[in-house]
Design a binder for this molecule. Structure first.
Ligand SMILES: CSC[C@H]1O[C@@H](n2cnc3c(O)ncnc32)[C@H](O)[C@@H]1O
Ligand SMILES: [Zn+2]
Length: 433
């Protein structure tokens, strides 16, 4: 099936963020076959379908590089607490009661919310990942999935959770026509001992997949790491070989200049979670220093219990705004950079840059359209500026992954919204008891 999308403003995210006015995008068999100026009417004959995108922008789908999808069930469950108190007293006790049905219901709700907000690729680290992978497969989303582990308990428990994580990673890597890829993920240096983390590094190396963890999220975490291991988290993980293989760390809020230099040298990818870091009062990650070191940080929501939504556009907006205010510098994170963080840098962070992140011939047809006709998008001066500073998630009109429509003119095509919302509420009621 060959489809041509016409009359769009195309933001391909290739060279900076040029906007192609009256642009055309062609796709065939899930892959982009043309991006550029309008083709002639005669050339339209080569296509099975021609879709007008008049009044719409076409851009790569958003990439959410760190989250816990099923935590949508815990949205609003425990607000306004610092990280450790939030996790230990509220989140972990209720998560311990979650079964496969709860995880499926929460993940379905997350998939619905992400598609409606223009996210086409996400990372999920959680438990019961077969249930998550089944939801991802059916929703049509693209995802990097990982069965994340804590190092609590005895050796037998750690051994079985590592085996479960490894077996999941092996079974699902490349599944769903390549939309699902996997990685390995010890939860964090404060919940996993050094030997356990080293075993994750070994397994990721053996499987040839990336590794991921939470790192340097709060000041208290850094202090604890120094007390326990005599080193800050970056040095600690470096000694364990974590950064000698493709690695992605979430948060990276509390870093020294030397740590940023090391992460840059080792090409470590960053998932910046501005909304979650603000809500938990964790701090503001040194994104401009990372950029000065040549790093290309990506964006993420984290779970919906600490955000409280999975709106990647909001994270793009936060990234563009908070660093300006914090540093009293309006140039801190320009609009173009913020949009790159939410798209092309996200693809790089998930080691999927050959497949997605830009609109280029040969890449996967993962793209979204945004309505440019609403009042808050006028006058049509600078589309990138409008997307970053003015657009809302409800402006997302169409969502395609691998050339397959998941939402058309805001109608969901792979998910029964009413059913998913009903089941999520039921699952939460059941969980609360
Ligand atoms: C082992 S599954 C993932 C685990 O991570 C927890 N989590 C959610 N948000 C955060 C965060 O900001 N920092 C650290 N850990 C977090 C989640 O509740 C799961 O238990
Ligand atoms: Zn997290």
């Amino acid at each position: 099936m060959k489809t041509l999308f016409t009359e769009a403003v195309i933001i391909d995210m290739v060279d900076g963020t040029r906007a192609i006015q009256n642009g055309n995008l062609a796709i065939a068999d899930g892959v982009i076959t043309y991006v550029g100026p309008a083709l002639t009417i005669e050339e339209h004959d080569q296509y099975d379908e021609v879709v007008s995108c008049k009044g719409k922008a076409i851009l790569p789908g958003f990439v959410n590089t760190h989250g816990h999808l099923a935590m949508t069930l815990l949205r609003g469950y425990a607000d306004d607490l610092p990280l450790q108190q939030w996790l230990q007293n509220e989140i972990w006790p209720i998560e311990a009661k979650m079964n496969t049905e709860h995880i499926s219901a929460g993940t379905n709700l997350a998939a619905l919310e992400m598609i409606q907000g223009g996210t086409t690729t996400c990372l999920d680290m959680y438990h019961d990942m077969d249930a998550v992978a089944n939801v991802v497969e059916q929703s049509g989303l693209r995802a990097r999935l990982t069965r994340s582990c804590f190092g609590f308990g005895d050796d037998a428990l750690r051994k079985s959770s590592l085996e479960e994580a490894t077996s999941f990673a092996r079974r699902w890597n490349g599944a769903a026509d390549g939309r699902i890829t996997t990685m390995m993920a010890p939860h964090s240096p404060y919940t996993c001992g050094p030997e356990f983390i080293r075993q994750f590094v070994e397994k990721a190396t053996e499987l040839g997949i990336p590794i991921h963890t939470h790192m340097s999220e709060t000041k208290a975490e850094v202090e604890l790491n120094i007390r326990e291991y005599g080193a800050r988290p970056v040095e600690h993980l470096d000694k364990l070989g974590f950064f000698d293989i493709p690695s992605l760390v979430a948060h990276a809020v509390h870093l020294t200049e030397e740590e940023i230099a090391l992460l840059a040298e080792k090409n470590v990818k960053i998932a910046h979670n501005p909304g979650s870091n603000l809500k938990l009062g964790s701090g503001i990650a040194p994104i401009t220093q990372m950029i000065a070191h040549g790093m290309r940080p990506s964006l993420a929501t984290d779970g919906a219990a600490s955000n409280n939504n999975l709106d990647l556009l909001e994270e793009i907006q936060l990234a563009a705004l908070i660093h300006k205010g914090h540093l009293q510098d309006p140039l801190a994170v320009p609009a173009k950079m913020a949009l790159a963080m939410g798209t092309v840098y996200g693809a790089e962070a998930l080691f999927l840059e050959k497949e997605i992140g830009t609109l280029e011939i040969g890449k996967q047809a993962d793209f979204i359209t945004l309505d440019l006709t609403q009042a808050h998008m006028q006058p049509q001066t600078d589309v990138v500026s409008h997307i970053v500073y003015s657009a809302a998630r409800s402006d997302v009109q169409d969502v395609y992954v691998q050339g397959k429509p998941l939402m058309k003119n805001r109608e969901m095509l792979t998910i029964d919204s009413e059913k998913v919302i009903f089941e999520a509420n039921q699952a939460f009621e059941n969980l609360r008891g």
